[in-house]
Write a protein that binds this ligand. Structure first.
Ligand SMILES: NC(=O)c1ccc[n+]([C@@H]2O[C@H](COP(=O)([O-])OP(=O)(O)OC[C@H]3O[C@@H](n4cnc5c(N)ncnc54)[C@H](O)[C@@H]3O)[C@@H](O)[C@H]2O)c1
Length: 287
């Protein structure tokens, strides 16, 4: 395929799926949101990543590799055990990996492809907030936020895409931005976080354009405040109240409420969707 080509109507990786004959209406509904193959979920021991991983398994995922740092795997051990107990037929494995370390990401993606047989889906949930006022923030913290939230997403997408291209099967990548990708989180000070999440939206359109010819769709979710460890810290509370005051649905979200859009992107329901960033924020952008 050409270096800078779009896909074509005859490319089987991007053409409409042929209808499966003789399905009941209920079977067609299931097929529409079915998830096939194997997935990597970064930040997979965290609140949103774990919930999204569970949703992929509920919709048919066969194999799952969670990427995260050691301390988060330890902290989430009970929840991870529950996940394995709930899906005994799925192969669920873990990789301790810093997503900002290119060598570690490459090795972990290659080991995952070997262990599971393929990489078909990637969800990039690894992220940190790194909140600090712009005048006080150290360059070190600024760069750490960029390295994990932005560069880490690109590195994981890069090596997952290499596997998908090699497999010639296509795939689906979901990046994770935030409402902070569109506006400040004031009164919370999080300039680096906000800039990193804006850049993830730009990364989404670029990777979607580059990799469509390989049947790889790249989309992004932009959650509003969701109830996780990241939002339970005391310093986040004034910002959360300000968010609720400007949110038509009048509350923060639950991790399970992000699962539907993620499943849609990774299933036949999302077959003609690539390069979009979808807000999952109770309407917070409207006020
Ligand atoms: N919770 C929210 O309100 C909210 C809102 C918008 C966007 N987000 C985004 O959703 C994603 C998940 O957030 P969450 O709420 O589940 O937070 P979380 O802290 O529960 O999960 C984040 C996970 O990323 C992991 N991680 C951090 N640095 C890493 C690194 N260098 N390498 C590998 N893993 C690393 C953490 O260990 C953690 O398990 C983040 O990208 C966050 O910015 C969250």
């Amino acid at each position: 395929m050409a270096y800078n080509a779009t896909s074509t109507p005859t490319n089987p990786l991007t053409a409409p799926l042929p209808p499966t004959p003789n399905l009941t209406p209920a079977e067609r509904a299931t097929e529409r949101f079915s998830v096939t193959g194997n997935a990597i979920v970064t930040g997979g021991a965290g609140g949103l990543g774990l919930e999204a991983a569970r949703a992929l398994l509920e919709h048919g995922l066969k194999g799952l590799c969670l990427f995260d740092i050691a301390s988060s795997f330890t902290a989430s051990r009970a929840a991870l055990q529950t996940l394995s107990d709930t899906f005994p037929e799925a192969k669920i494995i873990e990789e301790v990996v810093d997503v900002a370390d290119e060598g570690a990401v490459q090795a972990a993606v290659e080991r995952t492809a070997e262990a599971l047989g393929s990489v078909d889906v990637l969800l990039c949930f690894a992220g940190i907030a790194g909140s600090a006022p712009a005048v006080d923030m150290s360059l070190e913290l600024w760069q750490k936020v960029m390295d994990i939230n932005l560069t880490g997403s690109w590195l994981c997408a890069k090596y997952a895409a290499k596997e998908m291209i090699k497999q010639k099967t296509g795939g689906s990548i979901v990046l994770v931005s935030s409402v902070a990708g569109y506006k400040s989180l004031f009164p919370l000070y999080a300039p680096a976080y906000s800039v990193s999440k804006s850049a993830v939206i730009g990364l989404t359109t670029n990777l979607a354009a580059e990799w469509a010819q390989h049947g790889i769709r790249v989309n992004c979710v932009c959650p509003g405040y969701m109830e996780t460890a990241m939002t339970s810290v005391p310093r986040a509370q004034p910002g959360i109240q300000a968010y609720i005051d400007r949110t038509p649905l009048g509350r923060i979200g639950q991790p399970s409420e992000l699962a539907g859009p993620v499943v849609m992107f990774c299933s036949p329901a999302g077959r003609y969707i690539t390069g979009v960033s979808i807000m999952v924020n109770g309407g917070n952008h409207t006020i």
